[in-house]
Design a protein around this ligand. Structure first.
Ligand SMILES: Nc1nc2c(c(=O)[nH]1)N[C@H]1C(S)=C(S)[C@@H](COP(=O)(O)O)O[C@H]1N2
Ligand SMILES: [Mo]
Length: 265
């Protein structure tokens, strides 16, 4: 065949023919394609075989994907969350006298106080058992703010208790405060939430034991509930039984039903 395109190459005696050139290009293309395909396949295998996140929290997503989503969420959270930014508060007189009552999974009814202690699982493995009296001796914080439920209602309400920050400091939970999440669950474990540490440590977050100067009643989380104004109602767990700390997302009742895990306002 006539050599049409190959350049004269001084070092090689035989000039490359068009056919040879095409073959060589094909070889290179297929090799590149093969390497890409193999790495794509092994990447997919890696993802496919990777551990599945704790069932429920993210509907069984693979860990690397969850990690990527967490990083994205963290990025936006850091961008928008500022602990010095306080949720709007209202004059005490604006608080509802009759506070709206919503669902009571794992709460409701009255738990005799002698049957309740707040369990706090420290990272050392030790579990603190704290009475309501002990909590009531800590500095008291009150807040009147607009409580918002994801179902579309909101209400200005007044709460009193110990701020989560003060609680952490008083019980020397400094190492725990360096972890990423706080988990809370009802004594019967039927309702549970996971809260990112910055939101838990926000100055307006309370372990509340009073509502309008009265001890919490059976409808509102007696004897102790979470009041976390930077989050929607779903995260404001009523009747706290146990508190845990972790770097992994704790189980979360509504996140398992598809609601946003962060549920921030
Ligand atoms: N234990 C427990 N806490 C809970 C709930 C629940 O069903 N069980 N519901 C949440 C939801 S969706 C809302 S809006 C608020 C309602 O609190 P309230 O009944 O005091 O208004 O509690 C939250 N905390
Ligand atoms: Mo809610």
């Amino acid at each position: 065949m006539k050599n049409l395109f190959s350049k004269k190459n001084k070092s090689s005696k035989k000039p490359i023919t068009v056919e040879q050139n095409i073959n060589r290009k094909n070889f290179i293309s297929f090799t590149i394609f093969g390497v890409y395909a193999a790495s794509a396949y092994s990447g997919w295998r890696w993802l496919y075989k990777s551990q599945i996140e704790t069932a429920g929290i993210t509907a069984g997503a693979h860990k690397p994907l969850r990690r990527a989503l967490n990083k994205t969420e963290l990025f936006f959270r850091r961008l928008t969350f500022n602990e010095n930014h306080l949720v709007k508060t209202y004059p005490r007189s604006m608080a509802a006298k009759k506070i709206r009552h919503n669902s009571d999974i794992g709460s409701g009814g009255v738990l005799p106080p002698e049957f309740w202690k707040l369990k706090v699982k420290k990272i050392s493995g030790e579990t603190l058992q704290i009475t309501l009296d002990e909590l009531m001796k800590l500095p008291k914080t009150a807040i009147t703010y607009d409580f918002k439920c994801v179902e579309g209602w909101d209400q200005i309400s007044h709460w009193e208790g110990v701020s989560f920050r003060d609680f952490m400091a008083n019980f020397k939970l400094e190492a725990e405060s360096k972890l990423e999440y706080v988990g809370m669950e009802t004594p019967d474990k039927r309702y549970y939430v996971g809260i990112d540490m910055p939101s838990a440590m926000h100055p307006q977050t309370l372990l509340a034991y009073q509502m309008n100067d009265e001890p919490l009643n059976g409808n509102h989380g007696q004897p102790l509930r979470l009041i976390i104004p930077v989050k929607y109602g779903i995260k404001n767990l009523k009747r706290i039984g146990t508190i845990t700390f972790s770097n992994n997302r704790p189980y979360d009742y509504w996140a398992e039903q598809g609601y946003d895990y962060y549920s921030g306002l």
